[in-house]
Structure formats: C-alpha cells, structure tokens
Design a protein around this ligand. Sequence first.
Ligand SMILES: [Fe+2]
Ligand SMILES: [Fe+2]
Length: 234
Amino acid sequence: MFEQTHQLGEVVVQFPGAGEVFQRHGLDYCCRGNRSIAVAAQQAGVDAEGVLAELNAAYRIAENGVHTDHDWQKERLQALMDYVVHTHHAYLHKTMAPLGELVTKILRVHGAHHGETLRQVHQLYNQFKMNMEEHLIKEEEVDFPMIARYEIQPDANSLQAVLNLIQGLEAEHQEVGDLLREIRRVTEDFTLPADACATFSYTYDKLQELESDTFRHIHLENNLLFPRLAASVA
Ligand SMILES: [Fe+2]
Ligand SMILES: [Fe+2]
C-alpha cells in the first residue's frame, strides 16, 4: 500500500498502473516525479487522500492478477532501451506527421469560431513535434548507443560522459512535457465545443493518446533508465 509521503516516480516504478491515476489528476510523475504525493497534490490543487484511495484501489486490483506489468529493474539496460525505441519511439515516428495534418485541418475548418484555442494548439503541437523529432534522433543515434557501450564495457570516463548526456535529455523531457501540459490547459482538458465535427473530436482523442504515451515513455527514461546509471557511480 502507498502513502502520501511516497514519491510519484518511485510509485510508478513499483506499480506502473499508478501512471494513469496520476495523469487523471494532473500530477506530473515523469518530469517532476521526485515530489511526494502530498506535495504534488497540493501543487495541483487536488485532494491527496482521494488520489491515494484511488491509487491503492488500483494497486489491489493489480495485485489480484487482473493487471500485470513488466519489471524493468531486473532487465539489462539494452533491453529497456530496445523496448522504448520499438514501442514509444516507433509510436511517435508513426503518429507525429499525420497528427500534425489533423491539427492543421481543424484550425482551417474551425478557426473562424475557435481560432484562439486552435491557433495555440497548432503552435504548441508543432513546437512539440520539432523538439521531439530532434530528441528521438539524438537518443537513437548518440545517447542510447553510448549507454549500450557503457553497459558492455563500464569505465569511469564513459560513465561521466553518459551522466552529462542524461542532464541534457532530462531538460528536453521537461520542455516537451511542458508543451503537452500547455496543450491540455489551452483546450481545457480537451473539452470539445458543441459544434465540433468528427475530425475535431478524433484530433483531441489522438492528442490525449500522445500525452499518455509520451508520459509513460519519459517515465521509463527518467525514473528507470537514468537512475540505474546514476546508481552505478557508487
Ligand atoms: Fe525516448
Ligand atoms: Fe527521451
């Protein structure tokens, strides 16, 4: 059972299903996962006891075997990185361009009545897409291969180089995470106007899916991959 003093990131490492509970309440567990449940809830203006009750209820269901998740702490780093690339990076590579077209299309069709919101969504989404494309290239071409080489042949010099890279990646995670939170804010939690068409509604659904997938993705890197490298300093 979890308590209010537990940190968000650690809770999701132990119980991945917690990510959905935290996301539902607007608690950032991936980029700012080092806060306790009590502090994060207070900052988000939500009831910590309510979040905790929901979290422990979800955990009890998972404990009964209805829902199981992979324990990445026991796997090699290479396996975790392969999983991230083949699941979350592949998702972004497939999704970002078509979703960009949808975001442009709803601005064109609904801009006359909902221009203020949709112009912001268009700008924020395109900033997210550009940042994320560069970030994925960096991870796939430079950073993950360097971590993989370090895992095979660990030494103090390459560990320091890896730790320096991680700082940069964490800062980039913060930026893309903030852009997604801003999209949620300007759309008032993806609330559709009464005159929204099917494309409008589908676009908001896909933006929410992008948010969920990206938060799970960043969580695996920030709260599982990077801490194991930092721990190897000792
Ligand atoms: Fe990544
Ligand atoms: Fe990343």
